[in-house]
Write a protein that binds this ligand. Structure first.
Ligand code: ZN
Length: 302
């Protein structure tokens, strides 16, 4: 089976972290507020206030509480903000920047970017870049796709528009390269929406999860990242984790991580810069041909 060892698609070295660190943790927030709800119901007359008010809790109270909690522990986070949220709440982006956090793109209307066609995808992406530029003077930021869906064409478009990295995919558990762009991977298991999203709509099939069990699971996700030398990417939402009980839970999670001094707490843009400047760059690469390779069904079918 010697030929197996030559297959670059299944053999990769360990990821190299900065001196003395064995893994990384990123505190990220997808600051959706009411944008996904408005996108899904676009063009409709809406009379119900239930979900929209629940979501507006995020910018009204949730964001500030998370920012203050992170400040208490000296943590700088990564905030992915849809353009329409920045336009609706023009104080948000400057507030995040003033508090030392990274701001990054998260679509314009929180559109499913893989489902709208490339012309609209370009329009919306250019639009969100312009809102960020007007409000903060910053450009060339990172991008996280709403719902974490992505296409090769979009990655090519992002490179063209000067986007510095993507954070939507899960092909490795540490930074890698996809179609020439740095990828800072996400993880469903450490996304608060999976456990706590509840709006009493048809989409919610169960009640929210037991927070004690979720905390234990997130601590184990972190311990696993530390053992195997990966990235623990925490993704929370303004309107979900900005609630008091989840803030207490988040604080317990932070305290657990803070016991170790060999953990790099880094923003997504810091990870992207590290990746590009280190020997890791182009070592974990899924070039276009690898992505597009079709599984050879003709060879496995009888
Ligand atoms: Zn989102």
């Amino acid at each position: 089976m010697n030929h197996m060892h030559d297959d670059s698609r299944i053999h990769f070295p360990d990821y190299i972290w900065p001196e003395g660190k064995r893994c990384a943790v990123t505190f990220s927030m997808d600051l959706d507020a009411e944008s996904p709800y408005l996108w899904i119901h676009r063009g409709q007359q809406m009379r119900s206030l239930g979900e929209i008010e629940q979501r507006r809790y995020g910018p009204r109270q949730g964001v500030k509480r998370v920012v203050e909690l992170l400040a208490e522990y000296g943590i700088s986070g990564s905030f992915f903000v849809p353009g329409v949220v920045a336009s609706t709440y023009p104080g948000l982006l400057p507030y995040l920047v003033e508090n030392g956090h990274e701001i990054a793109y998260h679509g314009y209307y929180h559109e499913r970017i893989d489902a709208i066609g490339s012309d609209l995808a370009r329009d919306y992406t250019e639009k969100v870049i312009e809102v960020f530029r007007q409000q903060t003077g910053q450009t060339g930021l990172g991008y996280r796709a709403p719902s974490w869906e992505m296409t090769i064409e979009l990655l090519t478009l992002f490179k063209e528009l000067g986007i510095s990295y993507d954070s939507s995919l899960m092909g490795f558990d540490h930074p890698y390269d996809v179609n020439g762009l740095v990828e800072i991977p996400t993880q469903w298991m450490t996304d608060d929406a999976l456990y706590f999203r509840y709006t009493n709509s048809a989409r919610d099939k169960t009640h929210p999860a037991n927070p004690v069990a979720v905390l234990e699971s997130w601590i184990e996700e972190f311990e696993g990242a530390r053992k195997y030398g990966g990235l623990c990417m925490l993704t929370i939402h303004d309107w979900i984790s900005g609630r008091p009980q989840r803030l207490l839970m988040l604080e317990k999670f932070i305290r657990h991580i803070r016991q170790y001094n060999d953990v790099w707490i880094a923003r997504a843009d810091e990870l992207a810069r590290w990746h590009q400047a280190s020997a890791n760059h182009n070592r974990f690469t899924t070039a276009g041909q690898h992505i597009q390779t079709q599984f050879p069904f003709s060879e496995v079918n009888p």
